[in-house]
Structure formats: C-alpha cells, structure tokens
Design a binder for this molecule. Structure first.
Ligand code: MG
Ligand code: MG
Length: 272
C-alpha cells in the first residue's frame, strides 16, 4: 500500500533528505587517496548526529555502519573497512538519516582522483539516467514508465541494469511501497499519486547486469568484476510533478564542481 504524505510531511521529509545531502557533502570534503571507508563512516555518523538526526542505516536489518560504501565492482551495500581508497578508484556512498521520524536516503558515486575515461562515462550516464527517470515520476504515469526510461537510457549506452535491487517508497519506514525498479515496461505497474515519496536509484554496471552476493551477507558485486555506479535522489510528487527533496549541491560545493543540473531539471519540470 502506498502511504501518501501531506505537504507538511513532505517538508519534513525534505529536511531528512537534506541532512543526508549535507552529510554526503562533509564526506566528499574528506575523499582522497589514502582515506579509509571506515574513517569516512565516522565523519558521516558525527555529521548526522550534529544535525540532531539519527543514522538511518546503522542497525537497520542489522547493518553495522552509517554508510554503505561500495568501491569499484561493488554495486551496493558494501561495509566500511580499513582499506585505503586509492587514486583511480570509484566509491558509491549511500547514506540514510532519520529526522522527525522520517527517513532520508540518497547516494552518489565519487571518483577518487583521476579515473579512466570509460569509468567517467559510466558515472556520467548513470547520473543522467537518474534525472531521466525522475522526469517520468508524475501524475498520469506508472512505475513502469520510470523503469523503462532508466533502462532504455542505460542500455542504449551498452550498460547492464541491475535487476535484483530496486528503488522504493520512502517515509516513516525505509522501504515502503511501491518498489521502483530501474527497468520496466511503459504504462505498467502502480499508478503514481499526489503526495507519494520515493527513492529513485539507478544501479548501473559497465558490463553484465548480473551480480553476486558476498559471504558477509551484505556486499553485492558485479559478476564480471567491472565497475558499477549508483546515484539516488528522494523525490515527491507535488502538484502532479516531481519535486526532488535531496540535493547534490553540498557535494559539488565540496568538490569545487560548477553544476546547474538540478536547476536545469527544475526548468524542465516546469513544462511537464
Ligand atoms: Mg540509498
Ligand atoms: Mg534507497
């Protein structure tokens, strides 16, 4: 059952999403070759607690940390450890926080120093596919329209779209209805309704779509060992249109990147 949120609740959810956004920004400041994912995890936990919120992943389904840290061929759900990141790595960082009883949950894949062109392209296309998907999250569409758009965009670039892991409704519970796959058929699945909030999160592999699970019960990697990218935003339907509650702006500030992608997206939404 889809749990619809009031406008007031959506503003509270924006607050939760922005706590995650700020936390990812703080983590981004510390990203460099030599830093360990466990050190970054500590930074994130402190930041969330300083913002008077609760780490959303810590203890959720018994997950041991604040961040999911998935380098290189890891898709998602990697556990922070004391292995230093090195130049040329990529790291997918997924973060959750609870504030006022609502979850924020979003993710970004970062390059560590200079990365090769092929991997750069994977990150670029995966992030673009996130906005391509979000654009379809509006009244009149269904779950399959978002999935179809993301799948088509990524497969047209020759990438593998992970099937076993999906986006989800978000609220007082981390995983609410509906499931939001990154693949699908146009016009199929549950209808979108005013006030619903979801996490849209393409998980895209450079090679095969196939994945495997590690013995730790958490870490998911690509079967062929090629890199995988993951970008996630929290999005509400407000006045029939997609409203992104999270932001990558803190990350871009931290990294000195000049990006107008979120403004450009809002301009596109105006004419939806
Ligand atoms: Mg997430
Ligand atoms: Mg999520």
């Amino acid at each position: 059952m889809i749990i619809v949120k009031s406008k007031e609740e959506i503003e509270l959810m924006r607050e939760s999403a922005l706590i995650v956004s700020k936390t990812l920004g703080e983590v981004a400041k510390a990203l460099k070759p030599g830093v360990t994912t466990l050190q970054l995890d500590k930074i994130a936990e402190e930041c969330i607690r300083d913002l008077d919120a609760i780490p959303g992943f810590l203890g959720l389904y018994d997950f041991p940390n604040t961040l999911c840290m998935s380098p290189n061929s890891q898709v998602v759900h990697g556990i922070p450890n004391d292995i230093p990141l090195k130049e040329g790595d990529i790291i997918s960082i997924d973060c959750g926080a609870i504030k006022n009883g609502f979850y924020g949950d979003h993710a970004y894949t970062f390059p560590i120093g200079e990365i090769d062109e092929e991997t750069k392209k994977l990150l670029e296309v995966t992030k673009e596919s996130l906005y391509v998907g979000i654009k379809e999250f509006k009244i009149g569409n269904r779950v399959g329209d978002v999935g179809y758009a993301i799948q088509k965009y990524c497969e047209d670039h020759g990438y593998g779209v992970v099937r076993e892991l999906v986006g989800h409704g978000l609220g007082r519970v981390m995983h609410e209805d509906p499931e939001m796959p990154n693949y699908g058929k146009r016009g199929r699945g549950k209808k979108f309704i005013e006030g619903m909030v979801v996490a849209i999160e393409p998980m895209i592999n450079m090679g095969t779509q196939r994945i495997k699970q590690h013995k730790d019960g958490w870490t998911i990697t690509t079967q062929d060992g090629k890199p995988s990218a993951h970008f996630e935003h929290d999005v509400a339907i407000l006045d029939g249109k997609p409203e992104i509650l999270s932001t990558f702006a803190y990350i871009y500030d931290a990294l000195g990147i000049n990006s107008n992608e979120e403004d450009a997206f809002r301009q596109k939404v105006l004419i939806l």
